[in-house]
Design a binder for this molecule. Structure first.
Ligand code: FAD
Length: 570
């Protein structure tokens, strides 16, 4: 049995090479549940539903996580900012959830001490920071070792010498969890697929199929068609969930149920700097000159800063950073870290996301609640809106509880066939490292194993951290593709990651690999530039692209590389 056959058997199929067959196969069955949208909300729902025993299908019109779920601040957090809005329920819920998210996928979440400096006349004073963080520890059920500490000005500067010194009164120190939002989404999806869910990207729901006024399915258009192949499929299910993030209302328009509460989109941008320009040691949560709060976070030799929060009405698929957004973040960073003198030329990359919030009359973008809600339309479309990356598991549990109850009440599924939600203790794909406490020893042993294969310690560490317990499959590919990588003048670690992305994570375009599967376009744009040509050449051969297709995918990646560093004027 070849390595790939073994892997396919292990995970069911999540291969980009079998996308078309999977779409065909999905249209020949009736599912218990169809999930529209493969961001973190949809992935979480698919995992919860499939793991209870519901036959589940998921489709996304773009790549998985290509919407908001690859464009966040990348924190699985207790939501300290919501304390400021007195949204106690959100703080308590997401605070507890982050511990679960961490435990189930310690390879994609990392505890990160956050420093909140306070200044004379700033948003938080000494007392409010101390009290706020204590309430936060309590509400979020923070473990003892991670409870807040308070620093005097000197200690605060000791932790981060780049901070503005004038009027500094001290700092609060507390733990947040850093993640890779897109990889978290992919790992959740992979687990759902491993348990039997069927998921396909680049498949757009263009029509809701009705029978006697009730929703029975969706008509899906393959966005990668071409060559005269079949491109339209009808998928059927007992229940259909709309987890389309910023597009939730677009789907609700299809069954005319967009009334009452609607979405309010706000835009947030982040800028990335090299550590040589912004040598931040310590993650900081700080005041902006206009009284908001933003993060500056060191990560993999870079520092990223964000976010903005402005009302948004433009193109949802490709929101762009503007010159004004960039100026806002630069000003905030230069104000707090005055010795840096950061300029536009120092911005190495950026990303822009849209928050799918639920509209609240008369509230400014930053004041709108991040709570999630479920709407069920007359035709039966179940829409889930609002919410956070952090709360994805709980949101999924809530909506699937509701769906399971409906299915049982309607006699469509037997109550005994369904188990209650299992996701609280279910590791996501790659998360089987023996729990967060064993992560370090797991990584050490995998680094040694990778070195024995001929990888450098840095390469082995990167692969072990990124893929967690799936790294064995990637190491097998390193061995299998070692000679081919040499011929292609690529490091074996890069080629193995690409093959794994294609065959086990349904990457089908260069942008899928360089953005959602590796995060390189944001955090190592030089790496993306360096390996894009051989990676595209390999993909073209694997997928059998013609010249026009190869040129189109290359141009798409080039455009995204360009947009990351070239904001719009308006
Ligand atoms: C700037 C910013 C910072 C944030 N920071 C954080 C943070 O640090 N921590 C945190 O917990 N949360 C954060 N959030 C919130 C979090 O990112 C979002 O709540 C979450 O990613 C939303 O996920 P989603 O799956 O609902 O939406 P999305 O990720 O947008 O997924 C929806 C999917 O639906 C698909 N879709 C739409 N229409 C169709 C159709 N017709 N057919 C098929 N598919 C369709 C889209 O292609 C898309 O992939 C942040 C958000 C933003 C914008």
């Amino acid at each position: 049995m070849t390595v790939m056959t073994e892997m396919r058997e292990m995970t069911h199929s999540f291969s980009g090479l079998q996308r078309k067959e999977m779409l065909q196969n999905m249209s020949e069955k009736t599912f218990d549940l169809i999930v529209i949208g493969g961001g973190i909300t949809g992935a979480g729902i698919a995992l919860d539903a499939q793991s209870r025993g519901l036959r589940t299908a998921l489709i996304d019109m773009q790549d998985f996580a290509a919407g908001t779920s690859s464009r966040s601040t990348k924190l699985v957090h207790g939501g300290l900012r919501y304390l400021k809005q007195l949204d106690v329920k959100v703080v308590a819920e997401v605070g507890k959830e982050r511990a679960i998210v961490y435990e189930n996928g310690p390879h994609v979440t990392t505890p990160e001490w956050m420093l909140l400096p306070f200044y004379k006349g700033g948003t938080f004073g000494k007392l409010s920071t101390s009290l706020g963080l204590r309430v936060y520890d309590f509400l979020a059920g923070v473990k003892r070792a991670e409870r807040r500490k308070m620093f005097r000005p000197q200690e605060t500067l000791g932790h981060e010498p780049l901070l503005k010194k004038k009027d500094l009164r001290g700092g609060g120190y507390y733990v947040e969890y850093r993640t890779d939002d897109a990889r978290l989404t992919i790992e959740v999806m992979k687990k759902a697929v491993e348990l039997g869910a069927q998921a396909v990207n680049y498949a757009k729901v263009e029509e809701l199929l009705m029978k006697n006024g009730k929703l029975v399915g969706v008509r899906v258009a393959d966005q990668l068609g071409g060559n005269g192949e079949k491109s339209s499929y009808s998928l059927y299910a007992s229940k259909i969930v709309n987890a389309a993030g910023p597009w939730v209302d677009t789907l609700r328009e299809m069954d005319h149920s967009k009334k009452g509460k609607t979405l309010h989109l706000t835009k947030g941008v982040h800028l990335v700097f090299d550590q040589s320009k912004f040598p931040l040691r310590q993650a900081i949560y700080f005041d902006t000159p206009d009284g908001r709060m933003v993060f500056a976070i060191p990560r993999d030799g870079k520092t990223y800063v964000g976010t903005t929060d402005t009302n948004y009405k433009g193109d949802i698929v490709n929101p762009r950073i503007t010159v004004a957004d960039r100026a806002y973040v630069l000003r905030a960073a230069n104000e707090m870290f005055p010795t840096l003198g950061l300029t536009e030329a120092d911005v190495e990359s950026s990303w822009t996301g849209l928050r799918p919030l639920i509209h609240q009359e008369g509230k400014d973008p930053s004041e709108i609640s991040r709570r999630d809600e479920i709407f069920v339309s007359d035709s039966g479309l179940i829409s889930m809106a609002g919410g956070k990356l952090t709360g994805y598991r709980k949101m999924a549990e809530t909506v699937v509880d509701k769906i399971a109850a409906m299915l049982v009440a309607e006699g469509l599924v037997s109550a005994t066939a369904l188990s209650p939600s299992r996701t609280r203790t279910l590791p996501i794909s790659g998360g089987e490292v023996g729990g967060s406490a064993k992560l370090e020893s797991f990584l050490q042993s995998k680094i040694s194993q990778g070195q024995r294969l001929g990888l450098t310690s840095a390469e082995a560490a990167l692969l072990a951290r990124r893929y967690g317990s799936n790294v064995d499959a990637v190491f097998a590919l390193v061995a299998q593709y070692w000679n081919e990588a040499e011929c292609r003048k690529m490091p074996a670690a890069v080629l193995a990651s690409l093959v794994y992305a294609i065959e086990c994570e349904m990457a089908v375009k260069p942008a899928d690999f360089f953005i959602r599967r590796t995060g390189a376009l944001f955090f190592d744009i030089a790496w993306a530039r360096q390996w894009k040509a051989p990676a595209i050449a390999f993909m073209a051969e694997r997928f059998g692209w013609n010249e026009a297709q190869q040129a189109a995918y290359t141009a798409e990646l080039e455009q995204l590389l360009h947009e990351a560093v070239n904001p719009l004027e308006a």
